[in-house]
Design a protein around this ligand. Structure first.
Ligand code: NAD
Length: 282
């Protein structure tokens, strides 16, 4: 039986630690707000935004909500970001992605001042992470590192295979595992012999975006399996990129979906916000 890596429990621990830290910072007169901007009314985005605001309320930091209409222009959005950049009370700025197609996502990411870039998507944050300097880390991969560490899983020296090379999960995940002294391989849609490669992994991180794609024949006995995927199956139940029933008997430890990686993303966003209020980026 694999150890179940409990993201729900670990994210709760992190939020409780942050709550205490926020209370202490308040005593020292250090407060600040997270500005959350949503353009349009995509229902999935609305759920994420609501969860982020609830997490702020839980740990005791203020959240400022900007719900902009779908037809908001890029210029209007940039003007709002600029205003928030200049507002000293605002310690974090988050634009819920994706933005509508008429807005250039990269221009928006670049407009957020790096010291308020709590999503860790600004090229300066990405560069700092790459060369091991201070800066905000992207929340999902940073959350996975916490899951591994807090579950007592050693990364140093292990062969870590990351499937997926997106800017928000795969690439930063590989860099953070490298920073923890893992030996890292990145696999992607053009990788050959994916199964053989995955079967060499001590730690397999799956961020492929295909429901239940990774079955028993991709997993070495005793491997740690981290499933980043989130999908709804035909019965409207959540599932991941990994076929859990096939993987679990082989793995030494595995994340479930839901209750694995998912809750960690918001916990790490909160961590970045608190770091920002404390005045220590990243
Ligand atoms: P993406 O679609 O941007 O990237 C998918 C990656 O998988 C690509 O780099 C692609 O090269 C690779 N890939 C696709 N098909 C492949 C194949 N057959 N073989 C090998 N590699 C293949 O997705 P993303 O944004 O990185 O997200 C990945 C998954 O994680 C999605 O299911 C997404 O919903 C989920 N996600 C979860 C969280 C969370 O908080 N838990 C956060 C972000 C994304």
């Amino acid at each position: 039986m694999a150890q179940l890596i409990d993201g729900k429990k670990i994210s709760q621990e992190i939020k409780d630690e942050l709550k205490e830290r926020v209370a202490k910072l308040k005593e020292q007169g250090r407060t600040g707000a997270l500005a959350v901007i949503q353009v349009g009314t995509d229902p999935a985005s609305s759920v994420y935004v609501r969860n982020k605001k609830n997490a702020c309320a839980y740990i005791g930091i203020e959240s400022l909500s900007y719900e902009l209409p779908e037809e908001t222009t890029q210029q209007e959005l940039l003007a709002l970001i600029e205003k928030l950049n200049e507002d000293d009370h605002v310690r974090g700025i988050l634009v819920q992605l994706p933005v509508p197609a008429h807005i250039d996502e990269n221009a928006i990411i670049r407009a957020i001042r790096p010291d308020k870039d709590v999503d860790g998507f600004h090229p300066q944050s990405v560069g700092a992470m790459t060369i091991g300097q201070k800066g905000f880390l992207p929340c999902t991969p940073a959350g996975i590192i916490q899951l591994l560490k807090r579950s007592g899983i050693e990364i140093a020296g292990k062969h870590c295979v990351v499937i997926g090379r997106s800017n928000i999960v795969g690439k930063p995940m590989a860099l953070l595992l490298l920073r923890e002294n893992g030996t890292v391989t990145i696999a992607h849609s053009r990788t050959q012999n994916l199964k053989e490669l995955c079967r060499q992994a001590d730690i397999l991180v799956v961020a492929i975006g295909k429901p239940r794609f990774i079955g028993a024949d991709y997993i070495k006995e005793g491997a740690v399996v981290i499933d980043v995927g989130i999908h709804r199956n035909e019965n409207n139940k959540l599932c991941g990129d990994v076929n859990f029933e096939e993987a679990e008997p082989l793995a030494s430890a595995i994340t479930p979906v839901p209750g694995g990686v998912g809750p960690m993303t918001i916990a790490m966003l909160m961590n970045n916000c608190v770091e920002s209020i404390a005045g220590i980026e990243g």
